[in-house]
Write a protein that binds this ligand. Sequence first.
Ligand code: CTP
Ligand code: MG
Length: 402
Amino acid sequence: MPPRGSTETPRVGVIVVAAGSGSRLGQPEPKAFVDLQGRPILEHALLPVFGLSVAAQVVVVAPVAQLGEARAMALEVAGVAAGYVTVVAGGATRQASVAAGIAVLEPGIRVVLVHDAARAFTPTHLFETVIAAVEASGSGVIPGLPVADTIKRAVDGIAVATVDRSELVAVQTPQGFPRQPLADAYATAIAEHTDDAALYAAAGHPVIVVPGDPLAFKITTPWDLRRAEALASAAPDAAPGSARTGVGMDVHAFDESSELWLGGLHWPGEVGLAGHSDGDALSHAICDALLSAAGLGDLGERFGTADERFANAHGAVFIAETVRLVSEAGYAIGNVAAQVVANRPKLAARRDELQRTLSSLVGAPVSVAATTSDGLGFTGRGEGVAVIATALLRPLPPQVRL
Ligand code: CTP
Ligand code: MG
């Protein structure tokens, strides 16, 4: 799982279609550019996409007149992942807009997600569920929710039949597909279809349903926009400009009898560190910085020495659990920076590997610097390792359940 911002070619492409006019919403500007509590609908929609822990090419399909605006917005939200953003002009129909997105996918893309910008609050986990389901099944994958209302067939105002609701699902996006069959299905499609899965199925391919999320509702009418505004204002943390930073520090003493684990890596031949766990001060400082930024306390409080899950645990276990807590609290990780203060080990030779490993564990870029303390203090006397880390978090759109 390459980190966001790495130079590795992504295997996942997310096409966000935002080229519609929004006639049913009835605003002067195209729907994706309509303001929703201080930021355009498209910006809300892109935030969770850039919260993905896998590297992804993000293709934004925008109206011709809004290409510049869409590009600026996407680059701003992308941050360090800006290298993976492509913006193209859409077509007269949604299907034509999706086709325009497919046409600019990088050669290495294997899994394609197609997503409506109008589903502004779709949580990151839904994208991840769809990606995982496409990879596991090789089929098309659509998120669907059970239908709550009784559905009837009506002709000329007369209810003629009640449809069996147990067989119905209300379908959302992102819809995911293996790239080649999707591209072929689009290239040969004759009819207009109401969604990508219908076009894919018409080409003879299987489509499976995974559980959708109420937050992935589509903003179509003025009533939907009011509901979205209420949701956005119910989560003040999601307001623009409320990124959060945190700081963490950890110290462990050298222990001649143990092996060194630092930054989730094993360092054969180096003196290890003492501790209840594996003494990985770098991983622990990163966890503390992340917990601090999310306002979730600290490592000692979250993973007490009494908790057996963490006895002798490696740093990777702590990081995975911390990342889960941070995401559960409604934050995407922007980046993490750490500095190791120690005489040993010398990090330079393995810095790339260290940064890659940690970035992959954290799901965001992690940079690691190192210094000695010029012979001063406990690190200078070679008694142990100290690490200081900082983390930057961005609030995700509201995780309020409907
Ligand atoms: N879309 C698109 N290109 C089109 C039409 C639609 O990219 N030619 C996108 C919209 O921007 C939206 C998504 O497809 O994010 C779902 O379409 P819909 O909700 O129908 O949006 P609009 O077509 O813009 O709205 P309306 O049908 O009310 O005009
Ligand atoms: Mg439409």
